[in-house]
Design a protein around this ligand. Sequence first.
Ligand code: AHR
Length: 307
Amino acid sequence: ACGSGGGQGGQGGGDDTIVLGFSQVGAESGWRTANTESIKAAADEAGIELKFSDAQQQQENQIQAIRSFIQQDVDVIAFSPVVESGWDTVLAEARTAGIPVVLTDRAVETGQEDVYETFLGSDFVEEGRNAGRYVVEEFADSDEDVNIVELQGTTGSAPAIDRKEGFAEIIGEDDKFEIIASQDGDFTRAGGQEVMQAFLGSHDDIDVLYAHNDDMALGAIESIEAAGLKPGEDIKIVSVDGIKAAFQAMAEGKINQVVECNPLIGPQLMDLVEKVHAGEEVPERVEVEEGVFGQDQAEEELPNRQY
Ligand code: AHR
């Protein structure tokens, strides 16, 4: 295990029930809503008392929530950090209080060792690479330059940093690919719509849109259509998450490729929480398995989508 924060921290509810304090990022996307539901349902199922707090995409709210969990002496703290850095102080506080911390979905950047027990989440760099692989394949036969615009997730968040990096690594192998604009759309539909509108205002030669999540892609589709262009044809679109609405758009030909990021990690999280609480050994990193889907699979997959 990566941590030594103590397996048996906190008094919790005073009986055998594990009390888990969970600080969620917010409710910015369809992915997040599904993630929250999965966590609440899994806690219920496992008989874990969940103290749930929504940070509304603000790091200071998350720090406040974690401090309040420490004050309440919960058994375990879990959180999905809105941004990567700036957690050292509050993580040290949890450690001093002897309360083990589990990271879920997003990682932290820290110079300290042993400040959390385990991290459960996706490989965001690989997701970015998969998006890049789609673009490389789609334009394999083209000798012309390929102009790409990128809608980034929340600045400073692990998925925005990693998805950008993985994508750049793959398209960087051929200099015909160029990212002509890249901006933060905050993982929201409104953000995607607004930023894409601005991109379209300043560029009339966009070949590809790479959106760090489906909600931003769906917002961008509105702007592309409003500009009289056909999403999926005039501008190829690849995005990350795999929410139902994106599969619907893909079945309609408006999105070309969806890279899955699985939010349904509640049961795995509760399993880790129980183990950490019992002082059992847990792996430092637990990865979530996910796939990649193209237009030809959209219709068939649509009824199977759980989120
Ligand atoms: O951290 C996961 C990302 O956060 C999802 O891809 C995005 O939709 C969400 O807001």
